[in-house]
Design a protein. Sequence first.
Length: 203
Amino acid sequence: MDWKELFGSDDEEEEEEQVIPGLKLMREALDHKEQMTMTHGIIQDEYFSNNVNQGMCFGKLPSYISPLSNWAIQNQMFENDILRREPLFDQAILNLYKKGEGICSHIDLLRFEDGILIVSLLSSCVMTMKEIETGNTIDILLNPGDILSLSGDARYKWEHGIKEQLFDVIEDQMIERKTRISVTLRKLKPGAIQGETMVTNRY
């Protein structure tokens, strides 16, 4: 198995972006040290203590998450109208997925503005994008350290989800799921309520 088969090629990234307007995927955006810094920060802050699978932060984000705003600006992950807002993000949702767990197909809650950033940590998985109007689906391999942005059509006209299964198969690869953490950054609309009502509501 060569490097492109495992992590995907630049051509594959460009194809995904062209098929789904507003989707951008940056592979290996975080190196191993950066991934571990974020993971250790999440664990030390005990977001997943007492068998909880989700944590949230509002307002000023932790020091191991906040640099992602500048990273998104530097890498032009969104259109300029989104990148110019201040702050770029004021909410983070942290999800812990045990081996085989997933999340139902959804769009993020409309209390959040356009422009969502998703960071994948610890394990690979396949995220399925589903066009609401047609039901067409596109599978995207997310590896540890990859960062995905959703805006415009990708934010509002395509759902995203992860199937509950122990293995993913994509492009003739079989990938074993392990424990995974995702960090999703968003911005609340003015006047939106901060709190989520259910721990199991991952979006």
